[in-house]
Ligand binder design. Structure first.
Ligand code: ATP
Ligand code: MG
Length: 245
């Protein structure tokens, strides 16, 4: 579904991504884990069309995706839940969701957008309850649900999420990640970027480890969870074993 080859991208003269190659098959849940500053957001933002690649290829459904506008990336079926949620604080929950279906309205597909709204409300009933509340007054967990709901309003086949667990309590993380995993049965493929490696590998089929703009390791979620290097660097096992002594 998504195939990225030797992708390089960055900011002005700063090259952040140094030849990233990954693929995501239809129906898969794939995670990219890595520490602060590894380049995870730069990677997702480049796939989403917010940043222009310096070189390399991005293909979605076997068609090139590089160098097309974010609007067209969404219209092609690939939506991003950005880091830090970025909900429109002064707008209501319902207005935020409607904006997510912008491309449907532009193509006069109002009925489709309304169906999608019902699906989002069924997935996150709290958003229906709070549909008139201003997004900026929602709790962190509710804002994350709204950001996911807004992306789903576009009717994506590939949903990319940038650290949905950030700043949330473990129970809420668990519930949100379970909902994300459940989207697979609705035909949504997932590309999940996380610093919370344990939570991400808990729902993923496969994963990649990113360090300073490169993929240094890849494997099934189980292989990565059992990998010594991943345990030491990303799952805090060393700290735990010292603490247990
Ligand atoms: N707008 C920007 N202008 C210049 N440099 C940037 C910009 N955004 C990010 N960077 C730099 O790119 C590198 C990768 O940042 P990026 O945000 O992609 O990392 P990340 O893996 O998403 O980190 P985190 O887990 O903290 O979100 C960092 O060195 C960062 O300082
Ligand atoms: Mg980031």
């Amino acid at each position: 579904m998504l195939r990225v080859r030797n992708l390089e991208a960055g900011y002005n003269k700063l090259r952040v991504l140094r030849g990233i190659s990954i693929h995501v098959g239809a129906g898969e849940i794939v995670t990219v884990i890595g520490a602060n500053g590894a380049g995870k957001s730069t990677f997702l933002n480049t796939v989403a069309g917010l940043l222009q690649p310096l070189s390399g290829e991005i293909e979605f459904d076997d068609q090139p995706l590089g160098r097309i506008s974010p609007f067209n990336v969404v219209a092609r079926g690939c939506a991003l839940v950005p880091e830090g949620r970025l909900v429109f604080a002064p707008l209501s929950v319902a207005e935020n969701l409607t904006l997510g279906a912008y491309h449907q309205y532009r193509r006069r597909r109002k009925a489709l957008a309304e169906q999608q709204l019902e699906r989002v409300y069924a997935l996150f009933p709290v958003l229906r309850e709070r549909r008139s509340q201003l997004a900026g007054t929602l709790s962190g967990g509710e804002q994350q649900m709204l950001a996911i709901g807004r992306a789903l309003m576009a009717g994506p086949r590939l949903l990319m999420l940038d650290e949905p667990s950030m700043g949330l309590a473990p129970l809420i993380v668990k519930s949100i990640l379970e909902t994300i995993a459940g989207l697979r049965k609705d035909g949504v493929t997932i590309l999940l970027v996380e610093q919370n490696s344990k939570a991400a590998l808990g729902i993923a089929d496969r994963g990649y480890v990113m360090e300073t703009g490169s993929i240094v390791l890849e494997g099934t979620a189980e292989e990565l969870l059992n990998n010594n290097e991943v345990q030491r660097a990303y799952l805090g096992k060393e700290y735990q074993s010292i603490a247990e002594r």
